[in-house]
Design a protein around this ligand. Sequence first.
Ligand code: DGT
Ligand code: CA
Ligand code: CA
Ligand code: ZN
Length: 624
Amino acid sequence: MSAPRRSRQRAAAREVCVTPAREPNTQTATGTGSKLTNRDFAQVFSDITTLLQARGDSVFKIRAYSRAADTIDNLQFDLAEGADDEERLRAIPGFGDAIVAKVQELASTGRLEFFEKLKAEMPPGILEITQVPGIGPKTAMRAAQELGIDSREALASSIESGEFEKLPRMGNKAAQNILRHLNARISQGDRIPIGTALPEAERVMAALEESCPGIRNLTCAGSLRRHRETVGDIDMLCSADDPKAVMAAFTSLPMVKDVMASGATKSMVVMDSGLQFDLRVVPDAAFAATLLYFTGSKEHGIRLRDRAIKRGLSLNEYGAKNAETGALEEFASEEEVYRRLDLPYIPPEVREDSGEFDAAERGELPRLITVQDVLGDLHSHTDWTDGHATMEEMAAAARVAGFQYLAVTDHSKSATVASGLSVEKLVEHNEAVRALDKKLKGFRLLTGTEMDILANGELDYPDDALAELDIVLGSIHSLMHQDRKTMTARIIAAMENENLDIVAHLTTRLIGKRAPIDLDFDAVCTAAVETGTVLEINASTQRLDLKDTHIRRAMDLGVLFSIGTDSHRPRQFADLRYGVGMARRGWCTPERVINTLPYSALMEFISTHKSERYAFMDRYEHQP
Ligand code: DGT
Ligand code: CA
Ligand code: CA
Ligand code: ZN
């Protein structure tokens, strides 16, 4: 087990570019001086696609740009660096004269005249409001021209005033749904999704370590270390003998855009990514106490200080001061601080003052699941449907990421946007999975599907087709605005089918973009336990679904989980860590997650009748 473990850590460390939630990039490539990434190029082409669609341009032109955006997103080399090599550009599928010229212009000047002109010709706000689910380019155009809507805020007030729903083919129900998605975004505010923040923090930490050899113990703290799904800013901490040198290195990193504050031991900067970073430097002896303090949460810290006072200590950023003698006790680790306060170590993810102190006192803090506990991935896509790599490439990448097995779960027939597989194609797909599985040594593939749960809870494939598969995921991909009662009944009806193993991304929310479906969560959990169905913790950075509070509640209700990366590209297997982070925040233990089972035990689990699977998992003895 030690070999794959090492390789997964390596893969995770290399992974500095986890797909961020797509944002309209209003100042795309307008020469900030820094080199464009492939994502920047792809974003420009995808924005062009949107604008051409809005103005009703030719479908061929639209398709050319949208295809270019997609291709660039999936490119294996750096476009900005390779842009001079015209032959290489022309070899890229779909790169004709127009695209090649635009890539070169962008790479050399940082802007694109064609794009700037297009933006100037169109009403403002099109790119912003097409980001809202339910608003396509055509609707955005009509909203702009007929109602003067030029921003999310203007859109929200137009819906609230009842104007917006009068647009052709809109109506009150559709308008209200758009408003729900808008509100989901507003409640996130300016907070950054962890899928953007963590890779960005790793990029900055790597650069800082390189430019400042004297630095020790560099780590993130704050909400990022606690793995919250969004963070306000990024807090970092380190120790060093020469704090001034660290501050100088930090504030002059190439990615720093603005220095907001810079002191002898503390600086605050804004990076070119727009993210705000705080860095503090302390002496080695104070590091543990400071880390504890700046990891938070604030509420957890307050409870810790209360406990310290009861023991005649005053806890601060440097250590614990004896209230009588004034002597400062220092600590070599966070564990030591907790021990001094008669507590076991409490992991950062559960430091939210939500019951961790009581559990710790009673010795009932669970052993939280780790990335190393997860042995296989049960959710992935290939180019058989909407994935961007072949089955062979995905299997190889899953293995490199440290997994021992992988379920290939392409989409079912109703998922037309994701080019779902017909029943006949599904049979071919199974054969392909089995054939590849035979070829691979020391790695196993499972056949599977991510199948739509239809409007009334019926499944998208007939039972005899499903019975052939190792893993059947069921997902809501359509009719997401059903009312609570209908939706709950729909999901429970699907779970009652013996062939449905796992419900994937239950609430369908997209962080900051799409509101969750309305459902009776407790009723779904109860039905999961009763029917022997597993609920997925989807690790995709846009989803994180179930989220922490759901997982915690479902743990209490006795639910079993799987953690799936939902990878559509090879690099996304590294997203496992985000799902594990959510699981840990939900107090989830390895014993409750079926893909901590070794391959043979997992196969036993799925060949057990659904009604006996929970009992199987209860009986199973995990190796420590
Ligand atoms: P964020 O940035 O909004 O996602 O949340 P945090 O938790 O990272 O909060 P932040 O960045 O304001 O501060 C980092 C940590 O510093 C926080 O988790 C706990 C500690 N801290 C900050 N302000 C206070 C305070 O007023 N009292 C206490 N006890 N701790 C604080
Ligand atoms: Ca913070
Ligand atoms: Ca902060
Ligand atoms: Zn899905």
